[in-house]
Design a protein around this ligand. Structure first.
Ligand code: OGA
Ligand code: ZN
Ligand code: ZN
Length: 409
């Protein structure tokens, strides 16, 4: 066993990361959290599991099955893709892994644990990696926690030049968007398709029945309220899809018509206010699926879902709110008035000014928001007084999360 000092020296030397056992992950696990106090001190064998302790006093119980499943050797993980090749469920050792005699030999030092299995297969584990992944311990998230808007909230603004530059503008912007569900990009070029360039620097654009990238301006024969000059009350886009698009980008190219100011509110914060102020209304909106539907010559896209969808732990996961494409309300007669009452109460909370962000988009400015959390709207504008032209697209949240994880490597 190497001494704790030697371990510490290795960690503080420049090639500390490369001297770690490669666990086939790109996330850092030797430096930062888990090191150097993650020097392995002891390994004890118990029935069907190993009990490890580290220099910081932490203790972890690892079932043998888990350890065998996480072998990172090049037979068990593809050395290029890092994907798992090993099939635990087909391993002839399965019965012995569930028993006690699957291990032939245990070897460890401060930095690593090496197990030789009964079939002579050998697995090496990095001590810091094991420390971070000890069962029952949540791995620290690399992503910001979505945070309800406080009263008077105003979104983070990042300069377009900082976003496309080498600095931290991009990660500041993505972090704010994931945390607040709303972020602005300021002073970009007034160039057609800049929204597509911004979007594609983050991930593939999510296409819908309105295309991969859409123009918001008033047009003759519109198939959608957004393509008129009328005001758009706060809403979420495409609640008639089983999975509405996550992130919406709206890039302003022209906005000199009278009116057309934008507004936003945090639907999750509003749902929490509803829960606190009117629990019965909250129950109605979370437990009553209703129909949403968009129809034009080529499409008829419909779902039946509640206005407020909760996750398994009871927190809001999704808001569907769009009066234009709310379909015929199909409920038993005795539920109808209670539903409208609850819907109206929620609407009044959504419209409160204390958490409502109002702004006029400037040419070259882009707003991005989590369409499944934050509602957006605009005032009516007068197309006879000037032009208003936005270009928009959607992105999957997965791409923003991925982006932050990669940036944090
Ligand atoms: C939309 C929309 C807002 C705006 O296109 O879905 O809500 O400011 N547009 O025009
Ligand atoms: Zn292996
Ligand atoms: Zn919209």
């Amino acid at each position: 066993m190497s001494s704790a000092n030697a371990f510490h020296d290795a960690l503080t030397s420049r090639d500390a990361a490369s001297s770690a056992v490669d666990m086939a992950e790109l996330r850092r696990y030797r430096q930062g959290e888990g090191a150097p106090e993650a020097a392995l001190e002891s390994v004890e064998r118990e029935a069907r599991r190993l009990v490890l302790t580290w220099a910081d006093g932490e203790r972890g119980e690892f079932p043998l099955m888990w350890l065998r499943d996480h072998c990172a050797c090049s037979d068990c993980r593809h050395p290029m893709t890092r994907e798992r090749l090993y099939k635990l469920l087909e391993d002839p050792l399965w019965d012995r892994l569930a028993g006690e005699d699957a291990l032939a030999h245990i070897d460890f030092d401060a930095r690593s644990l090496t197990l030789t299995w009964a079939d002579d297969h050998r697995s090496r584990f990095d001590a810091g990696w094991l420390h971070q992944r000890r069962p029952g311990q949540d791995l620290p998230s690399l992503l910001p926690t979505p945070t309800p808007w406080p009263e008077g909230f105003f979104p983070e603004r990042v300069e377009h030049a900082d976003f496309v530059g080498e600095g931290d503008g991009r990660s500041r912007w993505v972090t704010a968007l994931l945390r607040d569900g709303l972020a602005l990009l300021d002073n970009g070029p007034c160039a057609l398709e800049e929204v597509s360039r911004v979007a594609e620097s983050l991930g593939p654009m999510r296409s819908t029945n309105f295309g991969g990238r859409f123009d918001v301006r008033s047009i003759p024969n519109p198939n959608n309220a957004a393509y008129t000059a009328i005001g758009l009350e706060l809403h979420t886009d495409l609640p008639n899809w089983r999975q509405p698009p996550d992130i919406q980008l709206l890039y302003c190219l022209e906005n000199d018509a009278e009116g057309g100011e934008s507004s936003f509110t945090d639907g999750f914060a509003a749902a929490e206010v509803l829960r606190a102020e009117d629990p019965a209304a909250f129950r109605v909106l979370t437990q009553t699926p209703i129909d949403f539907r968009f129809q034009d010559d080529g499409h008829d896209i419909a779902v039946r879902e509640p206005v407020i969808d909760l996750d398994a732990s009871g927190r809001p996961r999704e808001i569907r709110f769009n009066n234009w494409i709310r379909d015929t309300l199909s409920l038993p007669a005795e539920q109808i008035e209670a539903w409208y009452d609850a819907y109206r109460t929620f609407w009044q909370i959504l419209r409160r000014p204390d958490r409502r962000v109002e702004l006029t988009l400037a040419p070259g400015q882009m707003v991005a928001f989590d369409n499944r959390r934050v509602l957006h709207g605009r005032n009516a504008f007068d197309p006879n007084t000037g032009k208003r032209h936005l270009q928009g697209t959607y992105l999957d949240l997965d791409m923003l999360q991925s982006h932050l994880r990669v940036l944090s490597r």
